[in-house]
Design a protein around this ligand. Structure first.
Ligand SMILES: [Zn+2]
Ligand SMILES: [Zn+2]
Length: 288
């Protein structure tokens, strides 16, 4: 199967360059990455076989090439050499490793109106180095700021890969709350949560049937607290609003039940426990 997608093709080219300049470990790493995503790539298996320092892996990779392409001469020859059936002819004077190239910033400045859909700005010519991991080669760049990033540092978005910095920036733009929203949110979420906590004290000494009801209405109560809070702040999104609401829900219960907690009065803690277990995630979810 042919490698498809600009990113994999770019990785493959980079692996070949690494192999040619003697960076065998880096090349093998890249081939492994490619094989994970394109296990049918003859080129990647053959490349891996050529650079691998582990004869078992070498053999397996050549075999894999022959599975995919039974008439592949390079793989057959590689196996023959591996098994000592033929002696390799030394290649004429190995090429000097290419000098490291300093990359000029010849990239398009970031724009806010990105309309084209591409996986990543594929780097054709140079071995890039991840700006957060100086020991990792890569061919990927952040589509927003064009800094080189390794696979681990990519954040996949609908329009392409983003570096962690740009991802954080976009996230911050997503959260549009005012700082006073936290006060308003607390003024709504805390009283509501206290009210629920108080109602739970009225259910002390009740049994299984009430626990069952709490189990089923808990999510509704939690989502009510979350939604009322969200509405009170004009439906703006705040990074910490859901945490504030969740903490309020817990506080509303602890305010009344902390003596039971300290004395480990487990019987009194069942009803509020069920409520918190169900309502806290719901309140968090609905106030996002
Ligand atoms: Zn970036
Ligand atoms: Zn990285």
């Amino acid at each position: 199967m042919e490698i498809s997608g600009p990113r994999l093709r770019s990785l493959l080219r980079q692996a070949e360059r690494n192999a040619q300049s003697g960076k065998l470990v880096a090349a093998a790493d890249l081939y492994h990455q490619i094989i994970v995503e394109a296990p049918d790539s003859v080129d990647a298996w053959l490349g891996l076989a050529d650079v691998s320092q582990d004869s078992a892996e070498k053999e397996k990779a050549y075999q894999q090439v022959l599975v995919l392409d039974p008439t592949n001469e390079a793989a057959q020859r590689g196996l023959d050499i591996l098994h000592g059936a033929i002696v390799p002819v030394p290649e004429p004077a190995a090429a000097e490793p290419e000098p490291e190239v300093v990359i000029e910033t010849a990239v398009v400045p970031p724009t806010d109106t990105i309309t084209h859909d591409h996986e990543a700005v594929a780097e054709e010519e140079f071995d890039l180095v991840c700006y957060r991991h100086p020991d990792r080669n890569t061919s990927l760049r952040c589509y927003n700021c064009s800094k080189p990033i390794c696979i681990e540092c990519t954040n996949k978005t609908p329009v392409g890969y983003l570096c962690p910095d740009c991802f954080k920036e976009k996230e911050d733009a997503f959260f549009n709350n005012k700082s006073t929203d936290y006060i308003i949110a607390a003024l709504v979420a805390v009283p509501l949560s206290l009210l629920v906590g108080f109602v739970l004290t009225l259910l002390l000494g009740t049994g299984f049937f009430v626990w069952l009801i709490i189990f089923f209405v808990g999510a509704g109560v939690g989502s009510f607290i979350g939604r009322m809070t969200k509405r009170a702040i004009g439906n703006r999104r705040g990074r910490y609003i859901p945490y504030l609401v969740a903490v309020s829900v817990i506080f509303g219960v602890l305010f009344f039940f902390w003596p039971a907690l300290i004395t480990l009065n487990l019987g009194a803690l069942i009803a509020p426990g069920i409520y918190l277990f169900i309502a806290t995630p719901a309140a968090f979810y609905w106030s996002r």
